[in-house]
Design a protein around this ligand. Structure first.
Ligand SMILES: [Ca+2]
Ligand SMILES: [Ca+2]
Length: 442
């Protein structure tokens, strides 16, 4: 009986909130305040900073054992594959994406489908690592998501009918989109996948109302960024200043650094934070140098796409560690001062705390045992070169198994404990508070 009562109470409160709020268009302010308004979820990461912290207290450590299913919704039979989406909730409707670039609107009270949109994907799409989608964005009367043929699709949130569809990149060149876009100041911000196929990673902004491209920022050193204004394409600076500084020859032209996991946004510093994937090709012997801005975190100006700062976690990445894991923003006290920090748990085995105003390294520490890829680490790691040969063979023959082994749940921020939480591999969730404030290099 207790479990039934619990289920009914949650459903009733969700209905009451939906009715009391009334349906309205999602605004920029709704998105920025998302983490403070538990009656809806209108951003990926439950807030643009990606903290994934809910202030709701109905569900807690005392009663979580009584949680039970109220309804279930199947994404289909022949198209199951991986489902990695974070749903959005608005006015009693759940918007959730599924594999093969599909999206559903579902009544959260009953589990009934309201509408479905199924992108008509061409033959020859090139998703490297399953046909997943990680979520949608919502703005005004639209719900927006990316597709495996590298398009952005904006649908009417009430009917599921397309309002505009824009090509972000050429799927035949290896591009795809699997990450959730975000909406910042009326612009839809998206990354791309495809680093395994020698694409050039990028972050782009589109006008949410019209779908017009506003700016584009390549994530590989040497490529020009552009802003688009009044029908004109205007140069906005080369990423990294010039080509060939950290890449040999012309290898920067196909440098990878895909922004495949999406980004976060910090309104405090007005910065987008995107991680970048492995440099291309995988064989690091072919590309001596740091290979910027692969396997890095980038802070980007949301108004024109300029790069504010970068921090590379794995120079000359020869292990496919990537550097895409989300950078979440938070403040903490140290020596009587408030530090504007951001943290990320990298697939190279280290947890990093950075100054999010300028990208300065504050501290880092290993969160897994037996890290063998580096010899020493002062601020920047010095890698063990002989290990690359062995790892390259493993990568080429065991890619799928390896990816699963390294994957983990997203980082979150415990507002009550003042502590970033994460789950490395198959281990229990860790709280990194002591190391964030008092950590030292090991
Ligand atoms: Ca909210
Ligand atoms: Ca990769």
């Amino acid at each position: 009986m207790r479990t039934n009562k619990f289920g009914i109470r949650i459903a009733a409160s969700a209905l009451a909130m939906a009715v009391s709020c009334g349906a309205h268009a999602v605004t920029d302010q709704d998105i920025i305040n998302d983490h403070k308004t538990p009656e809806d979820i209108v951003s990926y990461g439950m807030g643009t900073q990606g903290q994934r912290y809910s202030i709701l207290e109905d569900l807690n450590t005392d009663n979580v054992q009584y949680l039970q299913p109220v309804w279930a919704f199947s994404f289909g039979s022949e198209k199951m594959r991986g489902q990695e989406s974070q749903p959005l909730i608005k006015d009693g409707v759940m918007y959730v994406t599924a594999s093969y670039s599909r999206i559903y609107a579902i009544d959260v009270r009953t589990g009934e489908e309201i509408w479905q949109y199924d992108a008509r994907l061409p033959d020859g799409i090139m998703p490297c690592c399953d046909v997943v989608n990680r979520g949608a964005a919502i703005y005004g009367d639209k719900v927006i998501f990316g597709t495996l043929d590298a398009k952005l699709v904006a649908l009417n949130k009430d009917t599921g009918k397309p309002m505009w569809i824009k090509k972000v990149a050429d799927y035949q060149a290896g591009y795809a989109i699997t990450a959730a876009p975000m909406v910042i100041k009326g612009k839809i911000i998206t990354g791309v996948s495809g680093g395994e196929f020698g694409i050039v990673g990028k972050v782009e902004a589109y006008d949410a109302n019209t779908g017009d491209l506003v700016w584009t920022r390549p994530t590989v050193e040497g490529h020009m960024g552009y802003v688009y204004k009044d029908g004109k394409k205007i140069e906005n600076g080369i990423s990294g200043g010039k080509a060939g500084v950290t890449w040999p020859g012309e290898m920067w032209k196909n440098g990878g650094a895909a922004t495949w996991l999406g980004g976060t946004y910090d309104p405090d510093t007005d910065s987008l934070f995107f991680g970048t994937g492995n440099p291309a090709p995988w064989n690091s012997h072919l590309r001596p140098g740091d290979n910027l801005f692969s396997s890095s975190r980038l802070a980007i100006d949301p108004d024109d796409g300029s790069i504010k700062w970068h921090f590379q976690t794995t120079p000359n990445d020869g292990w496919d560690y990537d550097g895409v894991n989300e950078l979440i923003s938070f403040d903490y006290e140290e020596s009587g001062k408030t530090v504007k920090a951001a943290a990320t748990a990298d697939r190279n085995g280290f947890f990093y705390v950075l100054n999010r105003e300028n990208g300065d390294f504050i501290r880092g520490f290993p969160f897994v045992d037996k890290i063998t890829w580096l010899k020493v680490w002062i601020r920047k790691p010095v890698v063990r070169s002989m290990l690359r040969v062995v790892v390259l063979v493993i990568l080429l023959t065991w890619k799928v198994a390896k990816a699963r082994r390294f994957w983990r749940s997203p980082l979150s921020w415990g507002a009550r404990t003042g502590c970033p939480c994460f789950q490395p591999g198959h281990r229990p969730v860790l709280c990194a508070l002591e190391r964030v404030v008092h950590g030292h290099l090991e």
